[in-house]
Design a protein around this ligand. Structure first.
Ligand code: NAD
Ligand code: MG
Length: 339
């Protein structure tokens, strides 16, 4: 059983005398910066001058500096720009402005685990990774709750990096939900696997395959949308609340019998073999290499597949149907003008 830490296990004072630079003001960046600030920590946001995030961060009431200047002032530097940009940014604007004994932090282990960023030996390196999207990290904090958060220590030249990581994780609200200690390797590999096989890749293909099967058989696309996409949330809410058994308790006996007997035919031996293969590519670095080279080539595959996805019939049907569901427009987690 893994250890779980809460606010009572952390000493926030270890972080109070230090300045924290949050580099990036996107999904995670805005959430970390505001949560830390509201927790009473000394925060500066580091950004590119002239980027769209600069005015959002200033409008949010936080001090903003160019990345290099922010790093120079700070003792703790959380890197929250997209993973594929971190190595260049680290070499150019971060490393030259670090002092021995400073702390560099990540919300995902990709660049450390795959050797794209190699901090000098005198630098402390830790992870504080909320297990949820940044907008939820901010939303939960504002209602005095938090999102479960992983911490990991990669380098500890000062001997107190774990205390700093725990305090940081509490500062973003993780101590209210539970803080779990892991390693950079475990976080990186399980995170990549989860998003590829289940959460993002697996689920989106499952939705599209179900939708296409119904539409190709002549059923109304609106019906296919409701059955294969819209209702997914209602089912996931039940699973989230009490596990698969809780969901099965709630659905009809007919649905449960279909679930038990048909589910393993949809996700059969072929899918399990694909999952094992995908995990192997994560473990041996070939997925990381493919993604790094894809970026060097200006993302031809990423762009082509993203466009194809956006043009899928399910997106048009969905836009029309969601326009009829007025409650979806209220209290949105994502407001692209602000966060
Ligand atoms: P994002 O794309 O939402 O935000 C990127 C931010 O970086 C923007 O503010 C952008 O202006 C800024 N930026 C881009 N280039 C820059 C540069 N050269 N200099 C300074 N700032 C620059 O990113 P994100 O999804 O929040 O991901 C950040 C990190 O958090 C990644 O390591 C990611 O793996 C991790 N993470 C993200 C989530 C999530 O909810 N999206 C969840 C867990 C972990
Ligand atoms: Mg410094």
């Amino acid at each position: 059983m893994m250890n779980v830490y809460y606010e009572k296990d952390a000493d926030l004072a270890v972080l109070k005398g230090r300045k924290i630079a949050v580099i990036g003001y996107g999904s995670q960046g805005h959430a970390h910066a505001h949560n830390l600030h509201d927790s009473g920590f000394d925060v500066v946001v580091g950004l590119r001058p002239g980027g769209a995030s600069w005015s959002k961060a200033e409008a949010g009431g936080l001090p903003v500096l160019e990345t290099g200047a922010a790093v120079k002032q700070a003792q703790v530097v959380m890197i929250l720009v997209p993973d594929e940009l971190q190595a260049d940014l680290y070499a150019r604007d971060i490393a030259p402005n670090l002092d021995a004994g400073d702390y560099v932090a990540f919300a995902h282990g990709f660049n450390i685990h795959y050797g794209q960023i190699v901090p000098a030996p005198g630098i402390n390196v830790f992870m504080a990774a909320p297990k949820g999207p940044g907008h939820l990290v901010r939303h939960e904090y504002r209602r005095d709750m938090g999102v479960p958060t992983l911490i990991a220590i990669y380098q500890d030249s000062s001997g107190d990096t774990r205390d700093i990581a725990l305090a940081y994780a509490c500062g973003i609200g993780g101590g209210r939900a539970g803080i779990i200690e892991t390693s950079f390797r475990e976080e990186t590999e399980t995170d990549l696997f989860g998003e590829q096989a289940v959460l993002c890749g697996g689920v989106t293909e499952l939705i599209r395959a179900g939708f296409e099967t119904l539409v190709d058989a002549g059923y109304a696309p609106e019906m296919a949308y409701f059955e294969c996409l819209h209702e997914l949330k209602l089912i996931v809410d039940l699973i989230y609340e009490g596990g698969i058994a809780n969901m099965r308790y709630s659905i009809s006996n007919t649905a449960q019998f279909g679930d038990l007997t048909r589910g393993p035919r949809v996700i059969g031996e072929a899918s399990r073999e694909a999952m094992a293969e995908i995990l192997g590519e994560i473990q041996d670095g070939s997925f990381a290499r493919e993604w790094i080279l894809e970026n060097r080539a200006n993302r031809p595959v990423f762009n082509a597949l993203t466009r194809e996805g956006e043009e899928h019939e399910i997106e048009q049907v969905g836009q029309r149907l969601r326009g009829m569901m007025s409650w979806l427009q209220q209290d949105k987690l994502v407001d692209r003008t602000k966060n």
